[in-house]
Design a protein around this ligand. Structure first.
Ligand SMILES: Nc1ncnc2c1ncn2[C@@H]1O[C@H](COP(=O)(O)OP(=O)(O)O)[C@@H](O)[C@H]1O
Ligand SMILES: [Mg+2]
Length: 354
């Protein structure tokens, strides 16, 4: 039995189109699940339905096989960390973390020991007497997480908890969250618009767009075998190249034939004559004298550990990732090779992988 199961979950607001369109989703026990997608795709709505902060228009939510679709939020055994976590400004760190236990009339010494244990785990033990205004952004974030963790819930929900932090702090907190998950071994459902957070944190990633789940899978599955052009373009940095082409066959070999290029295909997916978008990841292209494609370099971006080369391939822009020590001249022409085993073919109309 899956730990959490969403079935045909739909949400619409009065007179509006559906915000969530029949979501089906299962999460296994202890799994770290990340919902990722662009702003407005329905991530927070999904999380709020799970927490019981919004009512589903139709469909069901179950946990451990029990239908909790209409259960009150406090009876769902879930703790939530919001993007705009408001700490109580007049309370100390310890009082903030222990507040929900106090409301639940937990004995004072038990509150103290649980707050101390959580603060220890989050490495904020020496800050317990401070007020929120005397903390850095990262420290405040830890307190907000501590407030959720202290409740000993079965399921943790996070809605973009790191988006108010600067990049360096986000990286550090990402590692902390992975460690927290390793220690607690509880289900975590984490919402973000950031593909790096999704790839690094998730056991399973759910990619959403327009209120629909586009693909669910491990980070490797999503990256290696995107099921449509949206997913392919959303995951990966620099983004995948898409070249409009047609599948043709000559002397028993299939090619993707574009305005000014022919690229040999492996395998027999798709139909001869089919219009496609040929997907090529920038790291699957190499500069190679023996290659049969010519490109002209437009821009060369040195970013320390690699170079991103933007090139022109017969009128189409192409991004290529090379080693940092590869030298190319802007305006010069070079031969390249693409890794035929790593090509992605998407139907030109539907965007679905072929
Ligand atoms: N209370 C509401 N009334 C009407 N529309 C809403 C309401 N809350 C959210 N929406 C709409 O639902 C869509 C999904 O919102 P949300 O789940 O917050 O997206 P995300 O978290 O992925 O950015 C958006 O188009 C948003 O405008
Ligand atoms: Mg949101």
């Amino acid at each position: 039995m899956p730990k959490i199961e969403l079935k045909n979950l739909t949400k619409s607001y009065d007179g509006e189109v559906d915000v969530l369109k029949s979501i089906d989703l299962t999460m296994e026990d202890g799994e770290f699940t990340v919902l990722v997608g662009p702003s407005g795709c329905g991530k927070s709505t999904t999380l709020r339905l799970l927490a019981g902060l919004e009512d589903a228009t139709s469909g069901s939510i179950s946990v451990n096989g029990d239908d909790i679709t209409t259960r009150a939020p406090k009876d769902r055994g879930m703790a939530m960390v919001f993007q705009n976590y408001a700490l109580y400004p007049h309370m100390s760190v310890a009082e903030n973390i222990g507040f929900s236990l106090k409301v639940a009339k937990t004995p004072k010494d038990e509150i103290e020991s649980r707050v101390a244990a959580v603060a220890d785990m989050l490495e904020i033990g020496e800050l317990l007497d401070r007020r929120p205004k005397d903390l850095s952004g990262g420290q405040r974030q830890r307190v907000a997480i501590g407030r959720a963790v202290v409740k000993d819930s079965d399921i943790f929900l996070f809605d973009e908890p790191l988006s108010n932090l600067d990049a360096a702090l986000r990286g550090g907190m990402r590692v902390e969250l992975s460690l927290l998950h390793q220690r607690l071994k509880k289900n975590m459902v984490y919402v973000t618009h950031d593909q790096v957070e999704a790839m690094t944190l998730g056991d399973k990633i759910i990619i959403m767009h327009d209120g629909i789940i586009q693909q669910a899978g491990t980070p490797e599955e999503i990256f290696e075998r995107p099921s449509n052009k949206f997913v392919a373009g959303f995951i990966g940095n620099p983004t995948m190249n898409f070249l409009p082409a047609e599948i043709i066959e000559e002397n028993g070999t299939r090619y993707a034939s574009g305005a000014n290029f022919m690229i040999a295909l492996e395998g027999n997916s798709g139909n001869v004559g089919q219009k496609i978008d040929l997907g090529i990841r920038p790291e699957d292209i190499t500069f190679d004298e023996s290659g049969d494609l010519n490109i002209t370099v437009i821009v060369s971006e040195y970013i320390g550990n690699q170079k991103n080369i933007i090139a022109d391939l017969g009128g189409e822009k192409l991004t290529i990732v090379t080693g940092a020590d590869t030298h190319v001249d802007v305006g010069a022409t070079y031969r390249i090779k693409v890794n035929a085993a790593k090509l992605h073919l998407f139907d030109g109309d539907s965007g679905v992988v072929v």
